[in-house]
Design a binder for this molecule. Structure first.
Ligand SMILES: CC(C)(COP(=O)(O)OP(=O)(O)OC[C@H]1O[C@@H](n2cnc3c(N)ncnc32)[C@H](O)[C@@H]1OP(=O)(O)O)[C@@H](O)C(=O)NCCC(=O)NCCS
Length: 199
């Protein structure tokens, strides 16, 4: 029987009614199992101290990662949707400590990209359960983020869903990037604004 069939769903709904398991009802059992597996896999990646071993485990779970990449203590979340296949990293990239990557949609990081400590890259918005009052105003969205070659993301910057950071751009520390950033451009602040053009 298909895990997502109506019958399974309604019996699951009966079993979990009033038991604080609304989340399980909404994501369904197949996704819940995926959630458990990939959360544990994320913990394994987390406790592995050495970048080459982290990269090996990420590739094994579907990520595409090039050569000469260093991945420090990066945290991944929402990998239960598609495993790690939403993660693509080119060559010669560096991802610092406590960078957080939302793998609900694709994150594409091209060659020679540096992402500094505590930067947060978001690829989805979900205000809550399907019947959350704000769903009407802000329905769930998923949008990929692309960071083109030779860019630099400063410490603590936040990149919102759908944004492209174009080739050779610089995002200042603490910036909140809500729109695409043009080629060779430096942006700072919240929301991120133009600071200067680089040659
Ligand atoms: C964005 C950045 C590269 C700009 O450097 P710069 O071109 O040398 O710019 P300046 O230092 O001359 O600053 C220019 C103006 O922008 C402001 N500014 C610079 N960086 C800023 C930031 N991150 N947020 C807000 N304002 C910033 C400065 O206060 C200055 O304002 P003013 O003209 O009103 O005095 C740099 O400030 C930055 O954020 N670096 C990231 C550091 C980091 O994340 N390191 C992590 C370890 S690698």
């Amino acid at each position: 029987m298909n895990y997502d069939s109506g019958r399974t769903r309604s019996s699951l709904a009966r079993m979990t009614k009033g038991k604080n398991m609304k989340a399980l009802n909404e994501i369904r059992i197949g996704k819940a199992l995926g959630f458990i597996f990939f959360t544990l896999y994320g913990v394994l990646i987390d406790i592995v101290l050495f970048s080459p071993l982290k990269i090996f485990l990420l590739r094994l779970a579907g990520a595409k990662i090039g050569n000469d990449v260093v991945i420090h203590k990066v945290r991944f979340f929402n990998q239960y949707h598609h495993g790690f296949s939403n993660l693509e990293i080119g060559n010669y990239c560096f991802l610092g400590d406590e960078v957080m990557l939302d793998l609900a949609d694709k994150i594409i990081i091209e060659d020679h990209v540096t992402i500094s400590n505590r930067a947060l890259i978001l690829t989805h918005t979900n205000v809550g359960y399907k019947d959350h009052p704000l769903q009407e105003n802000y329905p769930r969205i998923f949008k990929k983020v692309k960071i083109e070659k030779g860019s630099f993301i400063g410490a603590g910057a936040i990149i919102l869903p759908g944004v492209t950071i174009s080739q050779g751009a610089v995002v200042g520390a603490g910036a909140v990037v809500t729109k695409n950033v043009a080629k060779n451009t430096v942006v700072i602040g919240s929301p991120a604004k133009f600071l200067k053009k680089l040659k």
